[in-house]
Design a protein around this ligand. Sequence first.
Ligand code: ZN
Length: 850
Amino acid sequence: AIIRRKDYAPFPWRVPEIRLDFDLGLETTRVEATLSVEPNPDAQAADEIRLDGDGLVLESVSVDGERREDWRREGEDLIVPLTSGKHTLAIVTRIAPSQNTQLMGLYASGGMLCTQCEAEGFRRITFFPDRPDVLSVYTVRMTGSRKTFPVLLSNGNPVDEGALEDDRHFVEWHDPWPKPSYLFALVAGDLVARTDSFTTMSGRKVELGVWVRAEDLPRTGHAMESLKRSMTWDEETFGREYDLDRFNIVAVGDFNMGAMENKGLNIFNTKYVLADEDTVTDDDFDAVEGVIGHEYFHNWSGNRVTCRDWFQLSLKEGFTVLRDQLFSQDLHGHAIKRIGDVRVLRSVQFPEDSGPFAHPIRPDSYKEISNFYTATVYNKGAEVIRMMRGLAGEAAFRKGSDLYFERHDGEAATCEDFVRAMEDGAGLDLKQFRRWYEQAGTPQVTVEQGHEGEEVTLTLRQSVPATPGQPDKAPMPIPLRIALFDPASGTHSGEELIVLNEAEQSFTFDGHAAPPILSINRGFTAPVAIERDISRDDLMFLAAHDDDAFARHEAMQELLLGYLLGDGGDDARDAIGTAAGAILADDSLDHEMRAELLTLPPFAYLAERSETYDPGAMVEKREGLRTWLGETFASDFVRLHDELAGPSRERGISGKQARRMRSLALAYVAAADPEAGAARAAAQYRAASGMTERQGALSVLAGLDGPEREEALSDFYDRFEGNALVIDKWFTLQAIALRPKVLEEIERLADHEAFTMSNPNRVRALYAAMAGNPLAFHDESGAGYRMIADLILELNLKNPQLAARFVPSLGRFRRVEPKRSALMKAELERISQAPTLSRDVAEQVSASLG
Ligand code: ZN
């Protein structure tokens, strides 16, 4: 069935309170749910209540204390006749957590029990109106074996606990804040906590806990520090304060996504909690901090103000991604973070927006909501709110967000509510801006520049491409921060924000004796693709001199794209060489920015920018360029690799910058001279002071041949055997290697004793990595496509959410050269013929086939 946004209707009943009584067991868990229900005055009256369920064994239903048999089932739904007025509805169900391979609802992971309820997992625990606009106060009592489940956690504050017969015990939690069912959580298991406390701006003392298996405790310090930084930042930047006496984070080894913002009890993938210098990289440290921030910030943008329905998902996710991006920018510097965020947007969201699954940040319909936890809803959603912030300015934006939180606290709100709060609070007129919520597709902006006398004219045109179901698009407001550089002095007289509202619009600027060099979309103020006529010389100028670090990086990327996507002449390559030489010689740059400037565009973005993508040819060209740059600047890269050996061992920002540049230098050395590269990489590996250096060396070695490679890979495995997150890296580094025989190696890795289909991190470590490797996925034989299709079919019913995530890589067949395209499409068709497809996979595959 297709669910449509326009069909929204409020639920006929309110459920102000729910009590959940769990008798916990890994094999069987008994759930007694007691709901207080009353007619919803804002909805049409009903004479029955319809509750969602999924895979539940129903034991009994009673209303107002009396056992009832007049209920009925429609599919998975439970319908109970109910007269008007207040009632108490008690339902007993049984579930089997160990059998729950979907990892939605209550499931077992490494001997513990945990939950994932967003979006529709609560219905796999008990019958309930499992929709975000039904808010209830939860009281949760958990009973279980003290031995198996010494720790029993749920949302809110603990209110009771005690010992029972047979070495059993119970704990009761109460969450005073009304919440939708998707924010419910419980955890039961043998866990230990790193504890700390935080005093909020109004003086509330909050007990903090990061709960993990005992052996992981030493790796929780960074998570705790990140949590405290998040709490401080949200008070200072958005005026948001925490609202319970407890805040707990639990790390779980088997988790479909990154993490989940359950009220007062965030549940995390271990990948985004555990960190220390020996086992994770600098980037991993930052990812942990970013995700801890993200989930914590949801306490306001998501929990205190939640979503009316799942079409509004970007209301909480877009806003919260923006909040976590700003948090990381404030802590670590704006430019690098912005460059990284835009790289992700372009290599994941742009392809989504130009592909068969393109959808607006506020979708109009879905079959399976899990499929809409996308880069569009999350990352483009963040860009859309960032544009509002850019238009309003920081101070006005804050007024808008204050108004939003004040107006809608305790409510299930809509994207429209957010936009209206921004209009009223920030003083913006967002009438036309609303199209950003309605229209899918990445706007294409072309820029023409004229010069007459002292006047410069910029003529901008926009077009939003047709997307499935949306053939015609209207112009959107596109805010572009620009600067006009005087070529003689190399400076500009200030930035300006121009807003392109029309399909075509001209902007004039006075006082330019000579034609200026245009720097546009500085800081990436709008999530659009810019096509401009600019000479190579001007790009080289900007790559060397633009005072906006993002724009400078962008100019370098444009030079690289010009060569990699164009006919690849020597002139284009020489221009890159000149620019790279200037970057290597520029002492004003820190090593991290230097490395960013010398980083080649990712394959996913190159594919996105190609009319028809020929993966084999692109690998040759891109890696050929790496070799040429490595040869041209051999002595610089060797020097950097030597010089930065010492600084790379330092802690703090300068160490991080040095490590980044040093590993990039190593990759260039190896591209130019594999033997010398292998020797240096092996030395870097052996002397590595932490995982950043070790992984940097191993990733270079993994792409080479020879004894150093095998030695390092087996050392790495032996050294970290048993540490799941590090063994994930071992799989990934081999799966992303650009080697001709990589596909055979991936087949062997799939048979490795440490590989399992039951752990999502391990599956992604091998197969998501493989799907991003053009030499593996796009192997001419079609064997890579077959491998991914087989994977999808194998996971289809076992873990539909995870399975569906692999479909879009095949779904891009229209943009790939004809031979491979046909092979990709054939695999999609094979999947579509499977006897039973999960809703997740079915929706993705049918969208892909169009
Ligand atoms: Zn989120």
